[in-house]
Design a protein around this ligand. Structure first.
Ligand SMILES: Cc1cc2nc3c(=O)[nH]c(=O)nc-3n(C[C@H](O)[C@H](O)[C@H](O)COP(=O)(O)OP(=O)(O)OC[C@H]3O[C@@H](n4cnc5c(N)ncnc54)[C@H](O)[C@@H]3O)c2cc1C
Length: 379
């Protein structure tokens, strides 16, 4: 099985030119922590290992902008940002253990390519809102850049958005520039117990539409969790204001609240279970109804109900129909290979959308060299 290991953009160009010559598709691999997410890639065994493109290339805390090589571990970026009291807004989780890999290895390129957004996304936005620019190599073997390294940049097509969630099917990223966010010095997580899903999600939506700017709004097994952040005095005010929204219910402070939200983002509760794991994106007001209909043996809600994590019996296909009925869509994050082939990992596309998707794929990668089949057959 030929593995090309590249640690520079030039080496990637060279590997792509070779792949073109041999018409030999490539499976693009960073740290490999999310390889079991998506459909099996159809290659003749050729792997392009890009984990060598690693390191923070520039970081300007005053401008809130960071540029990194895509093989840089998210954990390394988090640590550098934390030193300056900043963070990644899309809050990329660590799905390593959930997907059978080691913790702490996932790369920034992998997080962007899989559109892995964590709990704070509810307030700070998704990867597609924060990837300002990138460099990459397309399927012609051409190195190119798109977007820029400034927050305000509206010229030209917003190509960076296409890369978020493209699962490495369009180009090989070689550099990414992200907008980053201040990290308030303190956070408090407050919990309420014994709420039905209807009441729990209703409360979360109420907090969401209040001016509290909560960066965590989750529901799990009768418990509502709300994360508030700020300087000491404003945070105390926010906690007091939250209590006025609770209709006399009692909220308790969770001692290790940050850990609780990290566990939610990482899907930790599903890691050691036999269940298939779905992420369903639904209108928050429909979350309780969808969860009741699906009757998953294990589930939780994040983003005030906008995201449902569902652990279902292996091979069961109850999720997508229920989610589609309310206008949502679902992604099968973890399942055996046979199930991922049979059930569609990503939302099946209408004929019109699939034609557009295939045109975009052909514009970037006409020979179908990058991760063929990972999202849909023929893409
Ligand atoms: C003072 C100033 C400072 C600026 N600074 C920057 C900067 O720092 N960085 C930067 O990148 N840009 C900058 N710009 C550019 C600015 O952001 C652009 O003018 C803007 O993107 C165009 O938006 P508009 O609302 O003027 O659109 P319009 O001029 O109304 O339309 C833009 C285009 O969209 C088309 N269009 C409109 N509606 C539709 C529709 N429904 N369907 C299909 N097509 C449609 C129009 O035909 C046109 O081609 C600046 C502009 C100004 C005036």
């Amino acid at each position: 099985m030929p593995t090309h290991s590249a640690s520079t953009e030039d080496e990637i160009v060279e590997a792509v030119m070779t792949a073109r010559e041999w018409r030999s598709p490539l499976e693009i691999v960073g740290a490999g922590t999310k390889q079991s997410f998506g459909r099996a890639v159809v290659t003749m065994g050729s792997v392009l290992d890009v984990s060598g493109l690693r390191g923070i290339l520039s970081y300007e805390p005053n401008e809130l902008i960071l540029t990194a090589a895509p093989g840089t571990p998210v954990a390394e970026i988090d640590a550098v940002l934390a030193e300056k009291g900043q963070r990644l807004g899309f809050d990329p989780p660590d799905w390593g253990p959930l997907l059978g890999a080691a913790p702490g290895l996932g790369t920034i390129g992998g997080a962007i390519s899989t559109d892995a957004n964590g709990p704070a996304r509810v307030r700070l936005g998704a990867a597609r809102d924060q990837l300002l620019g990138f460099r990459g190599v397309n399927g012609f073997g051409e190195a190119f850049k798109a977007g820029g390294k400034v927050v305000k940049n509206v010229t030209g097509f917003d190509v960076p958005k296409l890369m978020c969630g493209a699962m490495g099917t369009l180009c090989v990223l070689t550099e990414v520039t992200l907008r980053v966010f201040p990290r308030p010095p303190l956070s408090t997580v407050l919990a309420l117990r014994d709420l039905s899903p209807e009441d729990g999600f209703a409360l979360l939506r109420k907090v969401w539409s209040s001016p509290l700017d909560a960066t965590g709004l989750a529901y799990s097994q009768g418990r509502v969790l709300v994360r508030l952040e700020g300087e000491k005095a404003p945070l105390a005010e926010k906690c007091a204001m939250l209590r006025t929204l609770l209709d006399g219910r009692e909220a308790q402070e969770v001692p290790e609240g940050e850990i609780a939200f990290r566990a939610i983002g990482n899907g930790e509760v599903f890691a050691d279970t036999p269940y298939d794991v779905w992420r369903a994106f639904v209108p928050p007001a429909a979350a309780a109804q969808v969860a009741a209909e699906i009757e998953a043996p294990l589930w939780l809600g994040d983003w005030a109900g906008g995201l449902l994590w569902l652990g279902t019996l292996p091979g069961s296909d109850t999720v997508r129909a229920a989610v589609n009925r309310v206008g949502g869509h679902a992604v099968l994050l973890r399942a055996g290979e046979e199930t991922r082939e049979r059930l569609d990992v990503f939302e099946p596309q209408s004929a019109v959308r699939m034609a557009m998707t295939k045109s975009i794929k052909a514009a970037f990668d006409p020979l179908g060299l990058f991760n063929p089949g990972r999202m849909w057959d023929g893409v």
